[in-house]
Design a protein around this ligand. Structure first.
Ligand code: PEP
Ligand code: MN
Length: 338
C-alpha cells in the first residue's frame, strides 16, 4: 500500500500521520521522490486504506500495486525529470549522451569530448571500470580514467556519466555527475542498495536476460533507499538471433513509459554491436518515445580499445543528432499531445 501525500502537506500533518500509522502498527517509511512530493511506503494493510485516505495531508491511497510500487506510474502519474548537472533527463527534451566506450588516455578523452560537444552531445560518457566478458580484454584505466573523464567533461562544459562495478569504488565517483549501473550489474542488489543511499543520478541499464518487471524492481531498490533520481536504459536483450550482439527490444520503450514514471533512454550501440545499425535503431527508439539516446562515439573506431565495431564517428553522431531532430515530431507522446 502506498500513501501519496499532498504536495503542500505541512510538517505538523506529516508528523501526525506518522504517529497515527505507528499507532496502527503500520510500518511507514517516508521516501522523498521529488521535492514537495512525499510518499509513504507501508505494509500491505489494505483494510486501512479507506480510513487513511481521509486523513489531513493525504492525496490518495493506492492498494492495487505492482511489486515495483515506487517505480510504478500509478504511484506517480507525472513524468519524473532527473537533473544531471545542467541537463534534465525526462519531461520533454530529448537528451543525447555520447562518448567512447572507454577512457583510453587523457588525450583521447579530451579530443573526443570536444568533438561530441561540438556535434551536439548533452552529456559525455566513457567507462573507466570496464566489465569485460574476457579477462584478457582491456579492463579500463580505473580511478585515473575517471579523473580524465571528469576533467574532459569540465573543459567542454558537459556533465559526465561512467559505470560503477563495485561498491568500494563509490568514493571515486564524487565528481562524476551520473553513475551508470551496467547491464551485468542490474541485479547486484548490494550495489543498488548503496546507490539508493547516495544522492547522485543513476543510469540503470537493463540486463540482457531480465524482464521489464525485474528492471523496475532493480530501480525499486534504488528508489526505496531514498534516491529518486533513476533513469532506465534499454540496451538490447539476449534472444536466439545471433546476427547482432543483442536484440534491441523497442517495445520496452513505450511499455516502460506506461509502467513507470522514470525517464527511459535507449542504447543502440550495445544493442546492435554494429555501427551501421546504430542509426536506424536510434531513430526507432526516438519515435517510440524514448527520452534520449546513449551512443558510443570514437574518432578512430578501428583503433578503439573496446567496442570499436559499434562506434559512430563524431561526424556520424552529428548527422544522427540532426536525423533525430527530424523524427521527434512523430514520436508517440508528441502525437498524443497533438
Ligand atoms: C557501457 O555502456 O559501457 C556498457 C558496458 O554497456 P552494457 O552494460 O549495456 O553492456
Ligand atoms: Mn561499450
Amino acid at each position: 500500500m502506498i500513501v501519496v501525500l499532498k504536495k503542500n502537506i505541512s510538517g505538523r500533518q506529516l508528523e501526525a500521520l506518522r504517529k497515527k500509522l505507528n499507532a496502527k502498527s503500520v510500518d511507514g517509511a517516508p521516501v522523498l521522490l521529488r521535492e514537495g512530493e512525499k510518499i509513504l511506503l507501508s505494509e500491505k494493510d489494505v483494510r486501512l486504506a479507506d480510513e487513511i485516505s481521509g486523513w489531513p495531508g493525504v492525496e490518495r491511497v493506492l492498494t492495487e500495486q505492482p511489486p515495483y510500487s515506487l517505480a510504478s506510474r500509478a504511484s506517480h502519474p507525472s513524468d519524473t525529470v532527473v537533473p544531471v548537472g545542467k541537463v534534465n533527463i525526462g519531461g520533454g527534451r530529448f537528451v543525447m549522451i555520447a562518448g567512447p566506450c572507454a577512457v583510453e588516455s587523457e588525450e583521447q578523452i579530451r579530443r573526443i569530448a570536444r568533438k561530441v560537444a561540438d556535434a551536439g552531445a548533452d552529456i559525455l560518457r566513457a567507462g573507466a571500470f570496464k566489465p569485460r566478458t574476457s579477462p584478457y580484454s582491456f579492463q579500463g584505466l580505473g580511478a585515473e580514467g575517471l579523473r580524465m573523464l571528469v576533467e574532459a567533461g569540465r573543459d567542454c562544459g558537459l556533465p559526465v556519466v561512467s559505470e560503477i562495478t563495485e561498491i568500494s569504488c563509490l568514493e571515486l565517483f564524487r565528481d562524476v555527475d551520473m553513475i551508470q549501473v551496467g547491464a551485468r550489474n542490474m541485479q547486484n542488489f548490494e550495489l543498488l542498495k548503496e546507490l539508493g543511499r547516495c544522492g547522485k543520478p543513476i543510469l540503470l541499464k537493463r540486463s540482457p536476460a531480465s524482464t521489464l518487471t525485474e528492471l523496475l524492481l532493480a530501480a525499486e531498490y534504488i528508489l526505496s533507499g531514498g534516491n529518486g533520481k533513476v533513469v532506465l536504459c534499454e540496451r538490447g536483450i539476449r534472444t536466439f538471433e545471433t546476427e547482432c550482439r543483442n536484440t534491441f527490444d523497442v517495445t520496452a520503450i513505450p511499455l516502460l513509459k506506461e509502467m513507470s514514471h522514470l525517464p527511459v533512454l535507449a542504447d543502440p550501440s550495445h544493442a546492435t554491436g554494429r555501427a551501421a545499425l546504430v542509426r536506424p535503431v536510434a531513430l526507432s527508439a526516438a519515435v517510440s518515445g524514448a527520452d534520449g539516446l546513449m551512443i558510443e562515439v570514437h574518432d578512430a573506431p578501428e583503433w578503439a580499445e573496446s567496442d570499436g565495431a559499434q562506434a559512430l564517428t563524431p561526424t556520424e553522431f552529428g548527422a544522427l543528432k540532426t536525423a533525430v531532430g527530424g523524427v521527434l515530431p512523430f514520436a508517440v507522446d508528441k502525437e498524443a499531445e497533438a
